[in-house]
Design a protein around this ligand. Structure first.
Ligand code: IMP
Ligand code: MG
Length: 182
């Protein structure tokens, strides 16, 4: 197979991500300090690394569940029409819920998923996104917690893919396309 015609430039180091997650976890732990058990819901697949690191910093009783929504496919553009591909296993009525997402881009995915989960009447429903690209927003949505605001760049790593590649990078990098000779 030929090499992909792009390179990845580091944007956020593994160390910076870890430090930011500690801060976020402190905030979330104090917001939910009175919970009997927080349901931490990861949006598949991009959030799987983030949720793994985040839950280990939470000073709370938790359980973990996952939901999957349709997204980009293998391209770089949002499909805008969001469908639920895999639903939660557990009940959330009357429960405290934190939805964990990798990136808020146009905002369609997380706004749709929170609306959908809201119809099940959780006690508290909050959202966290590791990354936010506000310049790309198409619907009015802001996560309750954001790790880092980033410019309008296509990023990979730390769970986030480009055509299913690069999820296993420890840092967040931006994709830079290069010509045949570059
Ligand atoms: P939204 O519905 O446009 O907010 O898109 C959210 C989803 O698009 C995220 O969960 C990601 O899976 C994907 N996405 C957005 N930006 C990027 C990116 O820069 N790299 C890889 N995936 C992205
Ligand atoms: Mg995603």
């Amino acid at each position: 197979m030929s090499k992909p015609a792009y390179v990845i430039d580091e944007m956020i180091s593994a160390k910076s991500i870890a430090a930011r997650i500690e801060e976020l976890a402190r905030d979330i732990s104090s917001e939910f300090e009175d919970t009997d058990k927080l349901v931490v819901v990861g949006l598949l697949r991009g959030s799987f690394v983030f949720i793994a690191d985040l839950v280990r910093e939470l000073d709370l009783p938790i359980e973990v569940d996952f939901i999957e929504a349709s997204s980009y496919g293998d391209g770089m553009e949002s499909t805008r029409e969001v469908r639920i591909l895999k639903d939660l296993r557990g009940q959330i009525e009357g429960r405290d819920v934190l939805v964990v997402e990798d990136i808020v881009d146009t905002g369609h995915t997380l706004s749709h998923v929170t609306e959908y989960l809201g119809t099940r009447h959780p006690a508290r429903l909050r959202t966290i996104a590791l990354l936010d690209k506000p310049a790309r927003r198409e619907v009015d949505f802001k996560a309750d917690w954001t790790g880092f605001e980033i410019p309008d760049e296509f990023v990979v790593g730390y769970g986030i893919d480009y055509a299913q590649r690069n999820r296993n990078l420890g840092f967040i990098g931006k994709v830079r396309f290069v010509g045949k000779d570059g």
